[in-house]
Structures are given as C-alpha cells and as structure tokens.
Write a protein that binds this ligand. Structure first.
Ligand code: SF4
Length: 256
C-alpha cells in the first residue's frame, strides 16, 4: 500500500494525479518506479516530502524577476540531473536541507509574499511537483497571488508538465545541450536534447512568450542557456530551435 497524505482528497485532481505519478515514480524521464511515499528514493535523492535548503529574497536572478523586493526563491534539495559542473552540488547531490511538510512549505511561500518578493521562484522543482503544487494550492487559499516561477534544469516529462498547467505563470527552463553524447557525459542524461525540447514546447504552449508589466515578468517562457567551452552546449542549434520551433520572440538568458 502507498501511504498518501490523509487529506489528499482536499487537493485538486491535478495534485492527486501528480501524487499517483510519484508512486511508483514516473514523474520525470528517468522513470525510476520507486514508491516515494514509502520512503523509497530514486535518482533524484529524496522521498515524497520537500527538502528545502534555503528560502528568501534573491537579488541575483534575471532583472525581470528581481523587482524591488527580490525574487522569492525556494531552493529544493535533490535533482534529477547529474551535472558534473553543478554549482549547488551540496544541495543537489548531497541533499543538504530541512524537510518540510506541505503546510510549512505553503507558509514559506506566504512569508516570501510578506517580505515583498516579486514572485515565488521554485528552484529545481521537477522531482517534487506533487508536494509543491499542493503547497501552492494551500498558499493561494491563504491569499498568495504572486507569479509562480518554475526554475528547472529542463529535464521534465511532457505528461507531468501537462498536470502543472494553470499552476505555473513563468517557466524558466535550462536548455543545456543539443547533443546526446555530451548530455550523457556531463549530466548522465543521453535523452536530454529531445526531452528538453519537447518540454519547452509544452511550457510555451501553456504560457506563451514572456510578458512584462512595468519591467517585471508576469507570465511566459524565459530560457536559460549556459555556453560551454568548445561549442559543447550546441548553442547555435538551441537558438535556431527556439527561433524556428518555439517563437522568434523567445527571451533567452545566455550565460558564459
Ligand atoms: S523524480 Fe526522482 S525518483 Fe522520480 S523518476 Fe525522476 S529521478 Fe526517479
């Protein structure tokens, strides 16, 4: 038997479906098929409750996300990618952080609103979407009305993304690679290029091009791309893909 939260019935159908996808876990393309609510752990390294490494206003994000009060970032521990150049290795791979309940996570979101943050910025959310969406529902009942930013490494399955439709205002995926061999070598994810492109298409279908109000992002797609030495990231192919298959108006942050 899978242990589900006693109050699972009080959440939306989408949250309940997300929870089912976690037991056995097929939330992301790795499809580890572990029972997360029984405490089993797959590639991403955490069970079904969120482990959070930090919560607070962040002023180092893209200008359109920062505003006057900072971007209200919540850094989740664990990750479904294995990037050897990760700058948050302690969080993503050693899973350093504090385990929260859904209600505590919802309270954290409301605290970020009370600090005056411009949005709620979910950093590395892919492997924890059932609990995160449940917390958003709970926080919205408590008056949360900020844009929700899905800040992902870009290794998300389309089936799971479809269940996020309506929760997420701003999708901010990485597009890391165009080549399968490079994706395997640096992130242990040979299928990253096709999975990533399918995911970005679904994200754009849901929210469209990035929209700003008085310089602040309110909705839409914002892509991050990290240039790697020796053209390893396939930067030109990624930019061509965005221009030709997503939208010539796609906003992209190219990082060196
Ligand atoms: S979310 Fe984690 S456990 Fe689930 S399929 Fe992905 S890596 Fe595996």
């Amino acid at each position: 038997m899978t242990s589900l939260p006693a109050n699972i019935g009080s959440f939306s159908k989408s949250v309940q479906q997300l929870w089912a996808r976690m037991n056995p876990c097929t939330l992301c393309p790795r499809k580890c098929k572990v029972y997360r609510s029984k405490g089993q752990i797959g590639f991403c390294g955490v069970a079904d409750m969120p482990v959070v490494s930090s919560v607070g206003p962040h002023f180092g994000e893209e200008t359109v996300l920062v505003g006057a009060g900072g971007s209200g970032t919540i850094f989740f521990a664990g990750c479904n990618l294995g990037c050897i150049f990760c700058q948050n290795f302690d969080i993503s791979h050693h899973c350093h952080g504090r385990q929260l309940t859904i209600e505590q996570l919802a309270q954290s979101m409301l605290q970020l609103r009370d600090y005056g943050c411009s949005n709620i910025n979910l950093v590395t959310p892919t492997h924890l979407v059932p609990v995160i969406m449940a917390a958003i529902e709970s926080a919205q009942k408590g008056g949360l009305n900020l844009p929700i930013v899905y800040n992902t490494g870009g290794y998300d399955s389309v089936e799971t993304l479809k269940l996020l439709d309506g929760f997420i205002d701003i999708y901010m995926p990485d597009m890391k690679y165009s080549d399968s061999g490079v994706a395997q070598q640096f992130s242990s994810a040979a299928d990253y290029p096709q999975v990533n492109r399918a995911g970005v298409k679904e994200m754009h279908r849901q929210v469209g091009d990035l929209q700003l109000k008085e310089g602040a992002a309110t909705r839409g797609l914002l892509v991050r791309h990290l240039v790697l030495p020796n053209k390893l990231a396939g930067s030109f192919e990624i930019i061509d893909f965005l221009a030709e298959q997503i939208s010539p108006k796609t906003v992209i942050n190219v990082m060196d």
